[in-house]
Design a protein around this ligand. Structure first.
Ligand code: PHE
Length: 334
């Protein structure tokens, strides 16, 4: 009886253990064979019970072996499903955002906080949105400044030379008050060098409402440079753009602290970061906005230039080479 209990209690986690169990009880030199051999020595009066008990034991052992084998066949071990659960994890390679995206997102954040929306438009433009609506009629000499890539002539189809084209589209579709920035890729047929590329990115801003003045523009620029660079010393130099009047270039005082800064600022400490001005009344009229009722300011900056300043990148071509040694350095920046 105690042997039957022992047999029934037996557990195994592998086929080898089951086989050892089988040999121990049912093998040709096993326990049960041995007990059968004892049969003849048992007193006649106990033989019947002994035989019964022995048979029960044999059946129990056989059942045990087949049921254990069956369950082991049906259980798939954790290790074969999940692999080794105790193995240490492997680090996943994380990518980095491209510095242009990082800086673009920063600029968007800064202007979002003062109510500017983000607007986008096509990279392939028509003459109207890139030039004519912006007070640059055909044969206007300022068109040459833009080094345009034409796809087709008459009627002109071209790669936009600035995202001012998006602002024209936005004014055509929205009534003032308008507060929007247009980030995007622009194209100019320029010789590629450390300072210039035929593809680059801009963020242009537009604010139109009643009574918008140059003072509003200056204050916004001051806010922007403070938020973006942590520097609040700026100056406005008179300039010319066909779509703004008056127009100005914005310089930021960068100081002369390091060799890199020195190279970028060419020794004066002042650094040009964007163009701006009051939207020319002709532009408003072209976009169906009444210039006697509304006024506005606009500004535009190159993202690469801002990124070069912020991260001390000496050559604009690095943005487009996709050298991972360059890109990896932006892993820690969100
Ligand atoms: N569109 C100008 C450029 O691409 C930048 C600019 C925008 C200047 C708005 C003034 C006002 O150079």
């Amino acid at each position: 009886k105690h042997l039957i209990a022992e047999v029934e209690a037996f557990k195994a986690t592998s086929k080898e253990e089951v086989e050892q169990f089988r040999i121990k009880y049912l093998g040709s030199k096993g326990l049960i064979k041995g007990l059968f051999a004892e049969f003849k020595n048992v007193d006649a009066e106990f033989r019947k019970d002994f035989g019964k008990a022995l048979n029960n034991l044999k059946v129990a052992a056989n059942d045990k072996v087949s049921s254990l084998n069956e369950t082991l066949d049906n259980t798939v071990s954790d290790a074969s499903v999940y692999g080794d659960l105790t193995r240490p994890g492997e680090a996943i390679e994380l990518g980095a955002r491209h510095p242009i995206s990082i800086v673009k997102n920063q600029i968007i954040d800064v202007f979002n906080r003062i109510g500017f929306t983000v607007s986008e438009g096509p990279e392939i433009e028509d003459d109207w949105h890139n030039f004519s609506a912006l007070n640059l009629p055909e044969y206007h000499p300022a068109r040459d400044m833009q080094d345009t890539f034409f796809i087709e002539k008459n009627p002109d189809t071209l790669l936009r030379t600035h995202t001012s084209s998006v602002q024209v589209r936005y004014m055509e579709e929205n009534k003032p008050p308008i507060r929007t920035i247009s980030p995007g890729r622009v194209f100019r047929n320029e010789d590629i060098s450390a300072r210039a590329h035929c593809i680059f990115h801009q963020v242009e801003g537009l604010y139109i409402d009643t009574d918008v003045s140059f003072a509003d523009l200056k204050q916004t620029l001051l806010y922007f440079t403070k938020e973006m660079f942590g520097k609040s010393k700026i100056r406005l130099r008179p300039s010319y753009f066909p779509f703004t009047e008056p127009s100005a270039e914005v310089d930021i005082y960068w100081g002369l602290e390091t060799e890199t800064d020195y190279r970028i600022t060419k020794g004066t400490g002042w650094l040009e970061i964007m163009g701006c001005g009051m939207v020319d009344p002709n532009v408003l009229t072209n976009c169906n906005i009444d210039p006697t009722q509304y006024s506005g300011y606009a500004f535009g900056m190159g993202i690469e230039r801002i990124a070069m300043l912020l991260y001390q990148i000496p050559d604009i071509r690095m943005f487009y080479e996709n050298d991972v040694r360059f890109l990896e350095q932006f892993k820690s920046v969100i």
